[in-house]
Structure formats: structure tokens, C-alpha cells
Design a binder for this molecule. Structure first.
Ligand code: NAD
Ligand code: DAU
Length: 351
């Protein structure tokens, strides 16, 4: 079936993997990638598919409601996969307004444009919103987030994502807009901006720079390889039950300090250093404000109802990821020049 699918945030980390997967897998679909190209957006992530006939890039801001309305009509959009967001918790602590603007108002602008464009016939239309496990708050040492866990966000980032999820459900319940939501755990893999733990630490190990561990490094995150997230998004977009929510995760919890030691071991080995030598770079710094202790996703619903499972074991995924960053030093150099240095000094000036 011919479809015109709008993917927002397709020049970012996860979005670019979703765009590449869908452009290659569905030659009959026209994939329209809408991205503002903030510091986190990078067209170099899309070089493998940029010349494909079923792909179009549009530089636009999701908050620009008039322009979004025009694009819905120009491209006869019948499906949306919405990933565009401000995505970094530390930045949200410094500038919460930007997060409310893009994540809440931007999502509302897309929902309203979809509702108006589709209101005469919601059949065959779909608005799929990509969210995060952080909306559920923080776990103690036991238990998992399930789809019915009450929302309890703690950072401005997670509060803005929680708010956008509520708007999506409100548009489903109030106007009958066909919607889906998924909430995923921490992703890792190629093309992640090096403000996030894994690429930042790989880059710093390579450059013999301090590794700033927040607090005592005891916080736990549940890591999923980004291509498995993209596969889950494909599965949910095509087979999810309208109005439903799906949790996505790989049952792969790591205490930060243990994960960091594995990264050090693998990176040292690949760089030809003595394994573990770079542990001397570990520097404990002031904890992140409101730092959630533990995330752990129960993705049984997605497995039982739609048959999705992660394809990669963590040991394989992390080695593949580290190799990718070492082999793509140009990509890293490009994104760590200019404004990145200013961000880094401002964020980590005491280490
Ligand atoms: P990212 O920061 O790498 O990319 C975000 C993209 O959105 C960038 O290309 C940026 O240019 C674009 N963008 C930002 N503001 C925009 C605006 N106003 N208009 C249009 N485009 C705009 O983010 P990511 O890590 O790829 O996350 C993508 C989505 O997945 C987000 O919604 C995030 O909340 C969610 N998510 C991320 C993770 C993770 O571990 N990274 C996990 C679960 C869910
Ligand atoms: O859980 C899903 C979320 O995962 C996504 O919704 C977010 O968009 C994504 O950024 C990610 O949020 P986290 O805050 O968990 O990811 P981050 O990589 O920033 O941090 C991971 C852990 O590492 C967290 O406990 C904080 C810690 N950390 C992070 C940085 C950047 C450090 O100890 N030092 C650091 O310098």
C-alpha cells in the first residue's frame, strides 16, 4: 500500500535509524523526514538513504503550526511517527522552557494539524508518538515499569514528555484521533550525540579525558540497542492496537559504574591499551539534580502481543557501538567542534 509517512526528528539519533529502516524496507512508502536540525540533528546520519526516490527531507520546526498544516496537505500525510524532541535531561535542568516548548507545544501542534487534516476520515490514519520510560519516575531495587505504572516524572525533560503523552491520549479520547504511544528505555548505538553517557565516555576514553561519573555511579539504566528500538517502532506502527501503549526494553539493566568499567575494558582493548588502564580517568562529580535511581522496563506486552524481541545481546551491542565510534572519528570530530566545546565546559567545568 502506498503511504506518505511523516517522521519528525529523523535527523537525530533514534530518528535517523527509523528513517533508514523504513526507507529501505518499504520502497512503496514516501518517507518525509521533518527536522529543525538543532544541535542534535545531523544530516550526515542519513547519507546512506538521502538519494533514495522514496525519501524527502524538510527542515522545519514542529512548533510552527501553520507550516505543519501546510506540510500535511502538501504531502497528503496519512501516518506520523513523532520522535522530534529536546532529549537530554541535563539540558532540561538548565533550560526547562525549551523542553516545554518543543516537547509539549510542538507535540500539540502536530496533533492539532493531524486532527484537522484527517477529521473527515480517520480510517487508515495513524499518529504514533515515541516516548520514554522516564515518565514513570524512578524504581527502588525491585520491580519493573509496566504500561499501567502511574506517571511520576522528576526532571523537566520527563515532565515535558509525560505532558506530551497526556496530550496524545487526550486527542484519542476526545476526538477519536487514531494514536499509539511507546515508552522505551535507554538506547545506545551509532550516531548518538556525545552528550549522553555512552558516546561521551567513549570519546573521553579515546582522548584521555576525565570520565565524569555522577554521584557514586550507583544509578541503574536499562540499555537497548538503537536498531532494536527502530525494529520495535516498525512493529508497533504496523501492528499496534489503536489507542494502546507499548513498553520497549531489553531486560538489560546495568549499574552506571559497571557499564563504565565494561566500556573502558573494551575501548582500551580496541585501542591497543592495557585493558582497564583508563579506569584512572574515572572522576566522581556532583550528582545530577533529581537523579532517578533506577529504570527497568517490562516489555512482555510487546513480546506477547506483537512478537517483538531484541536481536542483540548487550556484550555484542556495546562492542559494535564502541568500534563504530572508533571507526567514525570524522563524525565525532564534526559534532564535537564549535558549540559542543562551550556546552562541555559549561557542564563539566569542575572536572
Ligand atoms: P535526539 O536529541 O538525538 O534527536 C532529536 C531530533 O529532534 C534532532 O534531530 C533535532 O534536530 C530534532 N528536533 C528538536 N527540536 C525540534 C523541533 N522543534 N522541530 C523539529 N525537529 C526538532 O533524540 P533521540 O535520542 O534520538 O530521541 C528521539 C525520541 O525518542 C525523543 O522523543 C526521545 O524523548 C525519545 N526517547 C529517547 C531515548 C534515548 O535513549 N535516546 C529513549 C526513549 C525515548
Ligand atoms: O530512559 C530513557 C532516556 O534515556 C531517554 O528518554 C533520554 O532521552 C536519554 O537521554 C536517556 O536519559 P538518561 O538521563 O538516562 O541518559 P544519560 O546518557 O544522560 O545518562 C545515563 C546515566 O549516566 C544517568 O544515570 C546519568 C549518568 N551520567 C550521564 C552523563 C552524561 C553520568 O554519570 N555522567 C555523565 O556525564
Amino acid at each position: 500500500m502506498k503511504r506518505n509517512i511523516l517522521i519528525t526528528g529523523g535527523a537525530g539519533f533514534i530518528g535517523s535509524h527509523v528513517v533508514c529502516l523504513l526507507v529501505n524496507k518499504y520502497p512503496d512508502y514516501h518517507i518525509i523526514n521533518l527536522d529543525k536540525l538543532t544541535y542534535a540533528g545531523n544530516l550526515a546520519n542519513l547519507k546512506d538513504i538521502e538519494a533514495k526516490p522514496n525519501y524527502t527531507f524538510v527542515k522545519a520546526d514542529i512548533c510552527d503550526f501553520e507550516n505543519i498544516q501546510n506540510l500535511f496537505s502538501k504531502y497528503a500525510i496519512d501516518g506520523v511517527i513523532h520522535l522530534a524532541a529536546e532529549s537530554h535531561v541535563d539540558r532540561s535542568i538548565k533550560d526547562p522552557f525549551a523542553f516545554a516548548q518543543t516537547n509539549v507545544m510542538g507535540t500539540l501542534s502536530l496533533l492539532q494539524a493531524a486532527k484537522l487534516a484527517w477529521q473527515n476520515d480517520f480510517n487508515t490514519k495513524l499518529f504514533y508518538h515515541i516516548s520514554t520510560d522516564e515518565v514513570y519516575g524512578s524504581l527502588g531495587n525491585e520491580g519493573f515499569f509496566v504500561e499501567t505504572t502511574p506517571y511520576d516524572p522528576h526532571s523537566p525533560y520527563s515532565a515535558s514528555k509525560a505532558s506530551s503523552d497526556h496530550f496524545v491520549r487526550a486527542f484519542h479520547d476526545t476526538y477519536g484521533l487514531p494514536t499509539l504511544i511507546s515508552n522505551c528505555s535507554n538506547n545506545y548505538g551509532p550516531y548518538q550525540f556525545p552528550e549522553k553517557l555512552i558516546p561521551l565516555f567513549i570519546n573521553n576514553i579515546c582522548n584521555n579525558k576525565a570520565l565524569p561519573v555522577y554521584g557514586k555511579g550507583q544509578n541503574v539504566r536499562d540499555w537497548l540497542y538503537v536498531i532494536d528500538h527502530a525494529r520495535a517502532i516498525d512493529t508497533i506502527f504496523h501492528n499496534g492496537k489503536i489507542g494502546d501503549t507499548y513498553n520497549i526494553g531489553g531486560f538489560n539493566e546495568w549499574k552506571n559504574i559497571d557499564l563504565i568499567k565494561i566500556m573502558i575494558k573494551v575501548t582500551d582493548r580496541l585501542l591497543g591499551r592495557k585493558e582497564g588502564e583508563s579506569e584512572k580517568l574515572i572522576t566522581y562529580v556532583t550528582d545530577r539534580a533529581g537523579h532517578d535511581l533506577r529504570y527497568a522496563i517490562d516489555s512482555s506486552k510487546l513480546k506477547n502481543e506483537l512478537g517483538w524481541e531484541p536481536s542483540l545481546q548487550f556484550e555484542e551491542g556495546i562492542e559494535k557501538t564502541i568500534r563504530w565510534y572508533l571507526d567514525n572519528q570524522n563524525w565525532l570530530d564534526n559534532v564535537t567542534s564549535g558549540a559542543y566545546q562551550e556546552y562541555y565546559n559549561n557542564m563539566y567545568n569542575n572536572c
